[in-house]
Design a protein around this ligand. Structure first.
Ligand code: NAI
Length: 215
């Protein structure tokens, strides 16, 4: 078996894409794939693919390619918890609504238990199957249900203000859409920041660069 190196963050960040492509291939009946074919899809090199997988034991035999179904399952085991991690949503506005919808469709490994908001008109409504509760109930809810993950869809200042309470109530990980960076004040927290603006700025850079190149 290949030697196992501790996976770096860039390797971990590539796993979901490997998983997604392999899932699509498995659904299309593809049985085997070589590291160079996988590399072409990922926009990387075969050596990079092999190095990435060596961090987890290799998964394949040199020369005969990877079994698509098996590799998809193995990556799924690495990525997703077998028992759904209890999760709450903070902020039931436009973005919160979208994220609650997403949880209904595609969230292996997480279970959305409840949503919280401060707007009285939202409290008591149902958001894609979960009840919106007043934020004032968060303490009693967390003490009883012990959620570990929060999806944060509130403005920056509100998130900064809520952070110490959420940490104190045992939230370990944040899927963070707010513009508050939890890691600065809570370096031990697991934080995945999602910023559409960053993605658009990256696109913008490339578009600008293309225009400059083309004169
Ligand atoms: P929205 O105004 O529709 O919803 C925000 C909700 O948060 C409201 O229902 C409000 O009552 C609630 N809220 C405010 N303070 C709260 C608190 N302390 N506890 C619980 N609920 C609280 O706004 P939208 O469009 O849903 O956006 C939410 C935030 O996400 C915005 O601040 C925006 O900056 C950010 N955002 C981030 C994006 C990203 O790509 N990361 C994309 C779009 C918005």
């Amino acid at each position: 078996m290949a030697s196992q190196n501790k996976p770096s963050l860039p390797v971990i960040k590539r796993l979901p894409r490997y998983y997604r492509y392999l899932g699509e291939m498995a659904a299309n009946g593809v049985v085997k794939i070589s590291s160079s074919e996988l590399a072409r899809m990922m926009g990387t090199t075969a050596s990079q693919v092999r190095q990435d997988f060596n961090c987890f034991g290799g998964f394949g035999q040199q020369g005969i390619g990877y079994n698509v179904q098996m590799l998809h399952e193995e990556l799924g085991k690495l990525l997703f918890s077998p028992r759904a991690v209890p999760t709450i949503l903070i902020g039931a506005g436009n973005l919160g609504h979208t994220m609650a919808n997403y949880f209904k469709l595609d969230t292996k490994g997480f279970e959305l238990l409840a949503a919280f908001d401060i707007k009285p008109e939202l409290v008591g409504t149902t958001l894609c199957g979960v009840t919106v509760r007043p934020f004032s109930e968060i303490e009693s809810f967390c003490r009883e249900m012990n959620p570990k993950v929060a999806v944060v869809c509130i403005p920056r200042e509100a998130a900064k203000h809520a952070a110490p309470q959420l940490i104190e109530l045992g939230i370990k990980a944040f899927w963070n859409f707010s513009h508050y960076d939890f890691r600065i004040d809570y370096p031990e927290a697991i934080v995945e920041n999602v910023h559409l603006g960053d993605s658009l700025a990256t696109l913008s850079y490339e578009v600008n660069n293309m225009e400059n190149t083309n004169g």
